[in-house]
Design a protein around this ligand. Structure first.
Ligand SMILES: O=C(O)CCC(=O)C(=O)O
Length: 282
């Protein structure tokens, strides 16, 4: 492992995430966006907002993104060489307001601490989410996945610039070390999460929240226990991300009769599988 890969892994282990990692070159990005725009025209925005789930099985270009060498290199350096692609989904927030938000472009930097001005804006956005604009409530992915025996790593690959004004991901650094936090039914309308849960606000250290702005073609990655969320898109710019979950082959699904989970779309991403924990569920 090179020094920079080692440092990256150390930082990921400490913080629970990495941001602004370059993945797609200009040609790859253009082709991916064209292909996504084609699906948008075919299915309509209401559908492409959240329902393009596990379409890596259907479209070779999506599988190509999920197995992109620049993604797998980073994922393997953290999870090891034997990696399963667990699930994928496009998450797209469309423009909802006529006037653009006057925010300086922050992309290209690594994660950015919310300044007091941005905290105010963030609380304005909290109010906006009262209106039902799509947002993502504070949560931990592990709550949704029910996986033990190994970590879940999520990749968020930006097909559009993802900035403060169009609802970039925000994270609580180090929160992956707190274990599983309680989740409750989300009270505010507009939560995009399928099970509509949220971590109660009083358990989230929102004053240490960091925004993860991305330029199109970059990715952030986060640990399954990291507390994260995203605000509504209040700009005129679409925010399209491709979210891909990976696990090492030693991980396995928790059997929960109250919440049976099926992993229909698992695919070997790299290496070999000596455990077959997921293939028996297909
Ligand atoms: O796209 C978003 O705003 C939220 C994504 C998310 O929650 C995740 O990648 O786990």
């Amino acid at each position: 492992m090179s020094v920079s890969t080692c440092q990256m892994k150390e930082r990921y282990n400490q913080q629970g995430f990495l941001s602004a990692v370059p993945v797609l070159d200009d040609t790859e990005l253009r082709e991916a966006r064209q292909a996504f725009n084609h699906l948008e025209r075919e299915f309509g925005e209401e559908y492409t907002q959240y329902s393009l789930h596990n379409v890596h099985l259907q479209y070779p270009w999506v599988m190509g993104l999920a197995k992109h060498p620049n993604i797998l290199q980073v994922v393997q350096s953290i999870l090891g060489s034997d990696v399963i692609l667990l699930d994928s989904r496009f998450i797209c927030k469309y423009p909802t307001t006529p006037t653009p938000h006057p925010t300086a472009t922050q992309a290209g930097n690594d994660a950015i601490t919310l300044t007091s001005e941005e905290e105010v804006r963030s609380s304005e956005k909290d109010q906006q989410s009262e209106t039902g604009l799509p947002f993502v409530a504070w949560h931990q992915d592990m709550r949704y996945w029910g996986i033990a025996g190994g970590p879940v790593l999520s990749v968020w690959l930006a097909l559009d610039d993802s900035l403060a004004e169009n609802g970039a991901l925000k994270v609580i650094p180090g929160s992956h070390c707190s274990g599983m936090l309680p989740h409750q039914l989300a009270s505010r309308p507009g939560n995009m999460l399928s099970v509509n849960q949220e971590i109660p606000e009083e358990l989230v250290q929102t004053d240490s929240a960091l925004l993860c702005p991305l330029l199109a073609g970059q990715m952030s990655i986060h640990d399954g226990f990291l507390v994260h969320a995203s605000d509504p898109n209040t700009s005129q710019k679409r925010r399209c991300g491709f979210v891909i979950r990976y696990v090492p082959t030693c991980a396995y699904p928790i059997q929960d009769p109250d919440r049976p989970r099926r992993f229909h779309a698992t695919v070997m991403a790299s290496g070999s599988d000596q455990f077959s924990h997921f293939s028996t569920l297909l």
